[in-house]
Design a protein around this ligand. Structure first.
Ligand code: KG4
Ligand code: ZN
Length: 344
């Protein structure tokens, strides 16, 4: 059994996990600051980073204790090193370096977006590659061809906002607490998805481009009047309808683009990751589409779709096996290692 410690601190959550052989989760510990940031309406980077500094030592201890392991048992220490908020990333990278270098363990740097799709390995000893994966999170809504963990080619994605950001804005417009995504999801369950007509960003032109900026504006006008400046007068039922309508538009776009991308790539295995993959509407829709086509859908359980340490350990394991290790010069990069990804 080869154990990898995964550390994830790219945004407002600090998460640590111990994963065996790249797929079996043995122990996890998470410190979320989401409640603290509800009062601010969003993440304050400096506060997030300071929170991680306080939380990390205890999280590492707890994840190891839950796994019944010690640092000596680890084969490698993996850390999400890019992209993300640089101060937040720095706390995880520093913790990983301290443990790995002090205790003579391999240090592995992991890309956060690649890790979201590596989460499909958790709980699953074999993953059928190649596949087409969608990462839908607060900062990304992109489609990739994936040939192995972390071996990804960009196929398309949003040309403006990310789906998660759009969900959060929709929630804020409706006066719901931050983060809006889970709130909209919850209220959508009781609403009519056809109540408000909203544009679909997926153009169906085969380009695999997505856009959520126009949808956001259309939604603003629909709930706050033609100038978007009227007070919000929706009843609870009206809010539920607005949530259901908004969610349906995002789900149509994401699911349509993922299926089109898989068809273009000629694969019948699709995967999804990132916080938006927690969305019940998206999960149900993808499940139905996959079942209809006889395709394989790989969808991590919700806690491994949102930011988590286990996905970092899963990708870290694959990279360590391939000899892709880092050294003490490792530094976080807010925008990612390769900048804008090469298109296929
Ligand atoms: O992957 P993630 O945890 O962090 C980033 O890498 O950004 O994604 C966070 C995003 C937020 O925008 C949040 O509102 C959204 O995922 N999200 C959801 C749901 N749960 C989280 N969006 C829609 N429905 C959900 N259930
Ligand atoms: Zn994420």
């Amino acid at each position: 059994m080869e154990l990898v410690l995964g550390i994830e601190t790219s945004c407002d959550d600090a998460a640590v996990a111990v994963v065996a052989d790249g797929w079996r989760v043995l122990g996890e510990a998470v410190a979320s600051q989401a409640d603290d940031f509800a009062t601010w309406g969003g993440v304050v980077p400096e506060i997030a980073a300071r929170g991680h500094v306080g939380a990390l030592p205890g999280l590492v201890e707890r994840a190891l204790a839950n796994a019944g392991a010690t640092v000596d048992d680890l084969a490698a220490v993996a850390v999400g090193a890019w992209p993300g908020l640089v101060g937040s990333l720095l706390t995880g990278v520093t913790a990983a370096k301290a443990i790995a270098l002090r205790r003579g363990k391999a240090l592995v740097a992991v890309d956060h977006i690649e890790a979201h799709l590596a989460a499909i390995h958790l709980g699953r000893p074999e993953v059928p590659y190649p596949l087409v994966g969608l990462v839908a999170s607060g900062g990304h809504s992109h489609l990739y061809r994936v040939d192995a963990p972390g071996r990804m080619t960009l196929l398309g994605g949003t040309i403006d906002d990310a789906a998660g950001e759009a969900f959060d804005k929709a929630g804020a417009l409706l006066g719901l607490p931050y983060p809006g995504g889970p709130q909209v999801d919850q209220r959508a369950a009781g609403g009519d998805p056809k109540a408000i007509r909203l544009p679909r960003s997926y153009l169906g032109d085969g380009s695999l481009r997505l856009s959520f900026a126009g949808l956001k504006t259309a939604f603003l006008y629909a709930v706050r009047g033609p100038q978007g400046r009227q007070p919000l007068t929706l009843s609870d039922a009206g809010i539920a309808d607005a949530c259901a309508s908004f969610q349906a538009a995002v789900v149509d776009s994401l699911a349509g683009a993922l299926i089109e991308a898989a068809q273009q790539a000629g694969v019948t295995v699709i995967a999804v990751g990132g916080g938006v993959a927690c969305n019940r509407g998206l999960r149900a829709r993808l499940q139905a589409e996959a079942t209809d086509r006889g395709w394989t859908l790989l969808m991590p359980e919700p806690r491994h779709c949102a930011d988590n340490g286990a996905m970092v350990a899963a990708l870290g394991y694959a990279r360590w096996k391939r000899g892709e290790v880092a050294d003490g010069a490792l530094a976080p990069l807010p925008t990612g290692r390769s900048g804008p990804r090469r298109r296929a």
